[in-house]
Design a protein around this ligand. Structure first.
Ligand SMILES: [Zn+2]
Length: 385
């Protein structure tokens, strides 16, 4: 039986999460601790850091803001501009950019910033998508690598030491206390929590014709280079109370565009709009751990008192972990064709990464599916099915 947090709707199968004696998850406890935070002091701390890194004569950028063009990065840029910073916005091109994703990037530039987009070789990129899907069940692995490596590489090359990241995912999503309380993003944080699943960049060499020269942008700068420039990554979410929903509202007021319907497998229309492979990424999280994007968002809303636990459960039952037949209205077959995977192989890979203890199986041990190909969890809440 799957155990769920008694306060939000997160299952204990989520990696790095801990449940206490009262059955409450560590993400809920981290959120509770936010009430104790002196946000005025944190804001003053942020201002002092920005002052320290601001270019004294305007000859270089004050900071780098890694940007996907989503609601959070749009919000980060708005805040940096309000605080009088001159940021360089950096996008690591996503795996399969959607039309709305492109429009939101153009909108981000129109906030009034300089902007660099770094695109890795798309031919090699698709091979890595396919390889990572087959080997670690994560189509988005190259994206997880380059969203971290590319801004840090530019920080070194352009000698702009301060990088302003968004939230510390270990805080909102409940990682170990030391990692959750951290305000800086280091190589160690990246290796431990960046979602690399034990697959190293160097492991790719020699597979599918991939050579070291294809992997330049996937490589994190070495310690000497980081130290020489004094690269420092801070999480804005440590200094300002972080709320994805509020970020979306603020960003929309600055031209950010949302989808006309709830994103497939999610429960809102304002996030993960840029990469059409995200539906596959989120579905594999569901197959491995029994929760998807709808659960993540429902939990954040419950913690902030905007949704009752009961309503959250109802929404999760309705939306979470649906078979990704489309994402952002793009058909699955079209998404798979781009990376050279057939539907038959995709379904076999899904089966291979499914944790069969979390889903109903029939007498012959085959996974039970409804008419839309959706799996059925062994239990939806803390009661036997
Ligand atoms: Zn919880």
């Amino acid at each position: 039986m799957i155990r769920y947090c008694r306060r939000c709707v997160m299952p204990e199968t989520k990696p790095d999460i801990l449940f206490d004696a009262e059955g409450v998850c560590s993400a809920c406890r981290h959120f509770e601790n936010r009430a104790e935070v002196d946000w005025d002091a944190r804001r003053a701390e942020l201002q002092a850091i920005l002052e320290r890194y601001r270019s004294s004569d305007g000859s270089n950028y004050d900071c780098i803001v890694p940007c996907s063009g989503g609601k959070d990065s749009t919000y980060q840029v708005i805040r940096m501009l309000e605080l009088g910073m001159n940021p360089l916005c950096v996008t690591a091109t996503t795996d399969h950019l959607s039309d709305i994703g492109r429009r939101n990037i153009e909108n981000l530039k129109r906030l009034g910033v300089d902007y660099i987009e770094v695109t890795t070789n798309p031919v090699v990129r698709r091979r890595i998508n396919r390889l990572a899907l087959r080997e670690v069940g994560d189509i988005s692995w190259p994206e997880h690598v380059t969203i971290f490596t590319i801004p840090v590489r530019l920080s070194v090359q352009l000698r702009v030491p301060l990088i302003v990241w968004g939230e510390n995912s270990q805080n909102e999503y409940g990682g170990p206390a030391a990692a959750a309380e951290g305000q800086t993003l280091t190589r160690r944080w990246l290796e431990e929590f960046g979602g690399l699943l034990g697959l190293r960049v160097s492991d790719l060499v020699g597979q599918e014709g991939i050579e070291p020269r294809h992997l330049i942008q996937y490589t994190y700068p070495d310690d000497a280079a980081l130290a020489e420039v004094g690269v420092t990554g801070i999480f804005l979410g440590y200094f300002l109370p972080w709320d994805g929903w509020a970020n979306a509202i603020i960003s929309q007021a600055h031209g950010f565009e949302t989808l006309s319907h709830v994103v497939e497998g999610s429960m809102v229309n304002y996030e993960n709009l840029d990469n059409v492979q995200t539906g596959i990424h989120d579905y594999f999280k569901f197959l491995k751990f029994g929760f998807g994007r709808a659960t993540d968002i429902a939990c954040m809303q419950v913690r902030r008192g905007r949704l009752s636990r009961e309503d959250a459960m109802t929404i999760v039952r309705r939306h979470d972990g649906r078979y990704p037949s489309t994402y952002l209205d793009v058909p699955l077959d079209e998404i798979l064709a781009q990376i050279g995977v057939t539907r038959e192989e995709f379904d076999r890979i899904c089966d291979r990464f499914t944790n069969k203890r979390l889903f109903l199986v029939d007498r012959s041990g085959e996974l039970v599916r409804d008419e839309h190909g959706n799996l059925v969890k062994v239990n939806d809440d803390n009661v036997p099915a």
